[in-house]
Structure formats: C-alpha cells, structure tokens
Ligand binder design. Structure first.
Ligand SMILES: *Cc1c(COP(=O)(O)O)cnc(C)c1O
Length: 395
C-alpha cells in the first residue's frame, strides 16, 4: 500500500495533481456558474455553481482530507459556516457551548438562532460536571473552542467527545486557532469541525472564508443539503486564494508558534505585565492537555498589563505590530478584546472568564522575533513614561 504523505507535502500539493487536461501545477479558477449536461439525465458531476463547483471542490476535498473527515464545505465566511452548521438544529433544541467563546458565535446564537427557538448554555467545557449539569433532555450538541480566544483555555477534546457520545450529542469543534497542522479533533471523536479560514488557513489577511468538515455519511449528506440550501458558499476566486494560502500553512504555523512563545516569555518577564495566557508555558493550567492532544501551539496569546492605563498609549506606540482586529495572518496584530472582538458578550460573562480592561490579545506574525520584541518593548516603555509624567502633573 502506498504510504500517506506527510501533512507538509499534502499541504504544498493541494490541487497540484487535479487538472489532467492541462497539467497546471496549481488548480485553475473556474468561474463558470453553469455546466453543460452531455445529454438528458447525464451530468459531468457539476450542474450549478452553488451546489458544486470545480475550484471549490478541490479545496473542499483537501480540507476534508487534512482534518481526517469525510466531506468538506467551503463557505463565504466563518460565520456563514457556523450558521450552516447551526441549521442542523431547530425549534426547542438546546446546545452546550464553551463559555469563553468567539464573540461572533455568541452573537449568532443569542441574536439570531434564539429567534428560531434554539437555546444555548455557556459553561467551562473542560469541567465535565459543569457539562453534565448544563445538559437537558433537549440538548443536541456540544460546541467547543480549544484553545479559546482570547484567554487560551484548553478543553480535553477526547473527554468531551466520550461524554457527548454517551448522551448521543454531536460534538462540534471550532479548530480555527490550531488548524489541522497542529490539531485534528475528528481523530479524537468529534463530528464536525468549523474553521474561520480567514485566519491561519488563508494566512495573509486577504481572504474571508469558512470551512466545515464532517465525519460520517449521514451527517455529511445532511450538511451538503444545508450548504446548498442556505447558499453562503465560497466563490471560485476566493477558493483559489485560500488554497494558495494553505500551501504554506506548515511553514507559517511553525514560525507563528516559535514567535509567539518567544514573545510570551519576553512579556512574562516584563515589569509592566501582570499575567500571560499561553498554553505553551508550563504554568498554564491547560499545558498538559494541550501537549497531549495537539502537536504544537497557535500563534496567538493574550496578556494583562498591570494597569489599564497602559493600554491606550501602548496601542498608540506600537509600530511594526498593527492595532487591528483579526488574527492568524503573517502580519502581527494586537487587539483589545473588551471593546472590540468581545464587545457583544455581556459584561457578566466577560468578567466571569476574565476578559477585562487590562487584557490585550496578540496575534504574532512571522516577522523576526527580535523586531517584535523591540517594538513591544519600546511601546511599553513609552507608555510607562507617559503614565509617570501624568502622575507627576497631578502630584
Ligand atoms: C474569526 C473567527 C470566527 C468567524 O469567522 P469569520 O471568517 O470572521 O466570519 C469564528 N471563530 C473563531 C475562533 C474566529 O477567530
């Protein structure tokens, strides 16, 4: 039997062997929206773009294969992928969801899906007792993010899947932060993976996309119906852009991981910093589980400054690092979750998980680590001077 290629090779070769007509080493963009039928009752496999289109199909097959799933579905954004997944549920259904959740997912559940009679309970999904007490007779699925964004809380995926199977619940995992290069939840028992491919998979802050990967024939067939019926599918051009990004995923993730760890160590030793949340640090409560279920660490982490008054001048003084929302691109970005990505999450939930006004999230890019350390060091020093001068004026 032919041995399966290593993931680095499979990533680099996405779409490379798929166009026998021309031998093109990267799969072309087919912009056609309609496909001729050879004759009545026959199809080339392609009929109408929303249902299936050639460039998107190559991406979807690659995504399914990388995540060890049975089918992949490319969507116009991560939110479109989430909406499509949640359409599996209806009136009266209940979900158990990670407490420290991506703000957009929370908003979708609370503002939109609630109108269709779908309810959710938010719990620490690494606490099996909390999961069990949140479970109701109408619970249909558990939805987890691990690590969470921004606090990097780790959930034991295998343990949750075992619990979920015992109660016939689906396990849905948002694998945006680690990507299949570092973590493959379907191999640990999950049923559905969702990605904001806008982040690491695309990797260059230049394409908006989402992916769904399913395990099992019945679930895959159901998802195909939802994907086609809802219609929030990815365009051929964006499908190509995303595959182009994914070819270098292995190289980028290795550098993101190395840089983020270097910056986490630097900040941990900085006098203006109170706390660093990075699962790669041995003192992180999820460190051991993370090492067991993933082969590496993502490039984002967060940290708390000692005084909230540091935040404004720090964000004003960073130069190389951009003050911008989003994550997972080659360029380093820093965000302020309490007022940006997590503004839609009620203050009680934010406080319960610790997303407060001293917390900053850092998506570490692939620049040289020394340049990033210098930029951050300069900005923290400038912030400290401003605070001191401010205190002096008042005193
Ligand atoms: C960005 C993000 C999403 C939403 O994806 P979009 O591509 O922005 O629609 C969902 N989950 C996580 C973890 C994200 O970071």
């Amino acid at each position: 039997m032919e041995e399966k290629l290593k993931i680095e090779s499979r990533l680099a070769q996405i779409g490379s062997q798929e166009d026998p007509a021309t031998g093109a080493v990267n799969f072309p963009i087919y912009n056609a929206t309609a496909f001729r039928h050879p004759r009545l009752g026959q199809s080339t496999g392609f009929d109408y773009i929303r249902t299936k289109s050639p460039t998107r199909s190559v991406l979807e097959e690659a995504a399914a294969e990388l995540e060890s799933g049975d089918a992949g579905f490319a969507c116009s954004s991560g939110m479109a992928a989430l909406q499509t997944i949640f359409a599996l549920f209806g009136q009266g259904d209940h979900l158990v969801v990670s407490l420290d959740l991506y703000g957009g997912t929370y908003r979708l559940l609370e503002r939109i899906l609630s109108k269709f009679g779908i309810t959710a309970s938010y719990v620490d999904t690494n606490d099996l007792d909390a999961l069990e007490s949140a479970r109701r007779p109408n619970t249909k699925a558990v939805f987890i993010e691990t690590p969470t964004n921004p606090l990097m809380m780790i959930t034991d995926i295998g343990a949750v899947c075992t619990w979920a199977k015992r109660h016939e619940l689906l396990t849905i995992v948002d694998n945006t932060l680690l990507t299949p290069f570092f973590q493959r939840p379907l191999e640990l028992g999950a049923d559905i993976i969702i990605h904001s491919a806008t982040k690491y998979l695309g990797g260059h802050n230049d394409v908006l996309a989402g992916l769904i990967i399913t395990k099992g024939a019945e679930l895959s067939a159901e998802m195909a119906i939802l994907h086609n019926s809802i219609g929030a599918v990815l365009s051929p051009t964006d499908s190509y852009q995303l595959m182009r990004g994914m070819k270098t995923l292995a190289l980028r993730m290795e550098r993101h991981e190395r840089n983020a760890l270097a910056l986490a160590h630097y900040l941990k030793g900085h006098p203006a910093v109170a706390e660093v949340f990075h699962p790669g640090l041995p003192e992180h409560p999820g460190h051991e589980i993370q090492n067991r279920q993933s082969s590496g660490n993502t490039g984002i982490f967060s940290f708390k400054v000692k005084d909230a008054r540091y935040v404004e001048p720090l964000l004003r003084h960073i130069r190389l690092i951009a003050f911008a929302e989003s994550l997972g691109g080659v360029e380093s970005l820093m965000t302020y979750p309490a007022v940006q990505t997590h503004a839609d999450i009620p203050a009680e939930i934010r406080d319960a998980v610790g997303v407060d006004d001293r917390l900053l999230r850092f998506s570490v890019g692939i620049e040289h680590e020394n340049d990033l350390i210098a930029d951050l060091g300069n900005a923290l020093e400038a912030a400290r001077r401003e605070l001191e001068e401010g205190d002096g004026d008042r005193g």
